[in-house]
Design a protein around this ligand. Structure first.
Ligand code: TEU
Ligand code: CA
Length: 557
């Protein structure tokens, strides 16, 4: 496989709303990001993925776009964007845009026109169906709860919305809509952006049949995700997008693909390069979900290491040589990894954060770091529903506690504290000044109370900090080709405490060893030659077969 630039790159994800406020309104913005570019440069990342910054009413924090050609005034102006792009490029940083084209906002002029009548130029831009016996066309339920259909009197029809009511799904079977999307993406390519993250892109091609689905026990609606994922024309549409937008540019492209299997990814992210560079898969993010499928992700239990190994290893070996992996622990939809798969207690937080970083960054694929992960930022520890802004969290609480009454309020608050998306969205912790240096005004979402002991300034001043460890990992990835190209072999799949694997390319080997527990473990690795060199570790001294709490180490030979 030819080595593409994005295969040895490291991506840093910026959630603009929560990164840096520059004008004292409590909301992060584009000039704020521009001010902080040196921080990202010093970390060593190559690419910045920006969550959506387009004009939006903000029902789903920008994933409801009302104008794809304009900037959300809360974040600044197009001039601010151009400034960010130019400054980033001058520093050698690339910018990746978040493209949301499974759906738009209901405020988008495409939709307001479409909703007016059955015969206007935009009539077929969305997915409209007639009522069946005076109600919804079928029993599909949206990702954010309730029916996936909404009635509009002016057409006497329902439109499909896989997410919130305010996020109508675009009709990809309409060639004019597809062309409008490609034109819009080319507008951003022509501006000089370096790539795209494509929101829920495996949902764009809807099935031919709109028959009822099977709801989980006790639930009124059938979850739409499994019904609409990987539809009949998905690959055809992505190949068309590739030809019309990506071809001839050296872009980085990653598709967000909930529910994608290894087989799907082999096609979507094939090294033949006809569709996307890579996809975000979700299997490892679903392992700690509730055993009751009706409750979905809402749970408060830890992941089982054996399951995590099995899942990650399946993707590592499954795509090896034919497609490309993306590697991530965190994003704006997931709780903080140190609180989730690590141990956020003060005595273990740093060690376990470094252990998780080691495990991820030595895998085969392109690593993504979510803002604050490099500081070991933790979950928010919100205690009441009013602390949450995220519509998914609020809707889930109302559904399970108020409407269905299947979860007690305290327990649901525990689930939210463990899994809510807002855990990732609290403001970036820059220093120990008021509001963690994020803003001079009250932030849109509360700052985590632990910012006096977890912040970037402190990390920069502390030798051996999590931040400095991430810097070392990124530097190693840029220096050691085996980290990018080597194949992967899992050791001891049934070991419930220690995750170990080997990377290998030519004469180069890496042995990665991670103790996932707070207790001492003793393990002997027969594959380790006597002259192996310790490359990196989260402890100062090597105790060889004895692995201390959350110890991580990598040998090179
Ligand atoms: O997420 C889609 C998705 O499948 C999930 O991660 C989803 O957010 C779900 O709530 C997980 O519990 C993407 C975006 O990343 C997310 O922020 C948006 O809300 C969503 O699409 C709709 O655009
Ligand atoms: Ca602001």
């Amino acid at each position: 496989m030819a080595n593409q630039w994005w295969q040895s790159a490291v991506v840093y994800q910026v959630y603009p709303r929560s990164f840096q406020d520059s004008n004292g309104d409590g909301i992060g913005d584009l000039p704020g990001i521009t001010q902080r570019l040196d921080y990202i440069k010093q970390l060593g990342a190559d690419v910045i993925w920006l969550n959506p910054i387009y004009r939006s009413p903000g029902i789903d924090n920008g994933y409801d776009i009302s104008d794809y050609y304009d900037i959300n005034p809360e974040f600044g102006t197009m001039a601010d964007f151009d400034q960010l792009l130019t400054t980033a490029h001058a520093k050698g940083l690339k910018i990746m845009m978040d493209i949301v084209v499974n759906h738009s906002s209901d405020q988008n002029k495409w939709f307001t026109a479409s909703a007016q009548s059955k015969d206007n130029p935009y009539a077929d831009y969305y997915i409209w169906r007639d009522p069946v016996d005076g109600h919804e066309p079928n029993n599909w339920g949206g990702f954010f709860g309730g029916s996936a259909w909404q009635y509009v009197a002016s057409r006497d029809q329902y439109y499909l919305h896989s997410f919130a009511v305010e996020q109508p799904d675009l009709n990809w079977d309409n060639p004019q809509l597809r062309q409008a999307v490609y034109d819009m993406m080319n507008f951003w390519v022509n501006k000089g952006v370096d790539g795209f993250r494509l929101d829920v892109i495996n949902l764009i091609s809807k099935p031919e049949s709109f028959a009822d689905g099977q709801p989980e026990a006790g639930e009124p609606y059938a979850a739409i995700g499994g019904i609409i994922a990987n539809g009949p024309h998905l690959h055809e549409y992505l190949q068309e997008m590739n030809q019309q937008v990506f071809a001839g540019h050296q872009l980085i492209t990653v598709g967000e693909t909930p529910g994608a299997t290894v087989a799907d990814a082999k096609q979507l992210a094939s090294s033949q390069g006809q569709e996307l560079n890579m996809v975000f898969e979700f299997e490892h993010m679903g392992l700690d979900g509730n055993p009751d499928p009706a409750l979905g992700k809402w749970n408060d239990q830890p992941v089982r290491l054996v399951d995590l190994k099995q899942s990650l290893s399946k993707w590592q070996t499954g795509l090896q040589g034919t497609a490309w992996n993306s590697l991530y622990w965190n994003n704006h939809d997931q709780p903080r990894i140190v609180s989730r798969f690590g141990d956020e207690r003060p005595v273990y937080r740093e060690r376990s954060a470094k252990m998780l970083a080691t495990l991820l960054h030595f895998l085969h694929g392109t690593p993504y770091i979510y803002e604050g992960e490099e500081l070991g930022m933790t979950n928010a520890h919100f205690t009441k529903l009013a602390d949450y802004q995220d519509l998914e969290s609020r809707n889930a609480y109302h559904h399970f506690v108020d409407d269905e009454q299947v979860v007690q309020p305290e327990r649901m608050l525990g689930y939210l504290a463990h899994m809510s998306r807002d855990n990732a969205r609290t403001p970036m912790q820059w220093d120990d000044s008021q509001n963690a240096g994020f803003s001079t005004a009250t932030p849109w979402l509360a700052v985590n109370a632990n910012y006096p002991r977890i912040n970037a300034q402190l990390a920069q001043r502390t030798p051996g900090s999590i931040l400095s460890y991430y810097q070392r990992l990124i530097k190693l990835r840029h220096q050691l080709p085996v980290m990018t190209t080597g194949d992967y072999r899992l050791l001891s799949p049934d070991d419930a405490a220690v995750y170990a694997y080997v990377r290998h390319a030519g004469t180069q080997h890496l042995l990665v060893i991670c103790n996932f527990t707070a207790s001492t473990q003793t393990r002997h690795f027969a594959e380790l030659p006597a002259d192996a060199r310790l490359l990196i570790s989260n402890y100062d001294e090597d105790h060889e077969d004895v692995l201390r709490a959350y110890e991580a180490k990598v040998y090179q030979f």
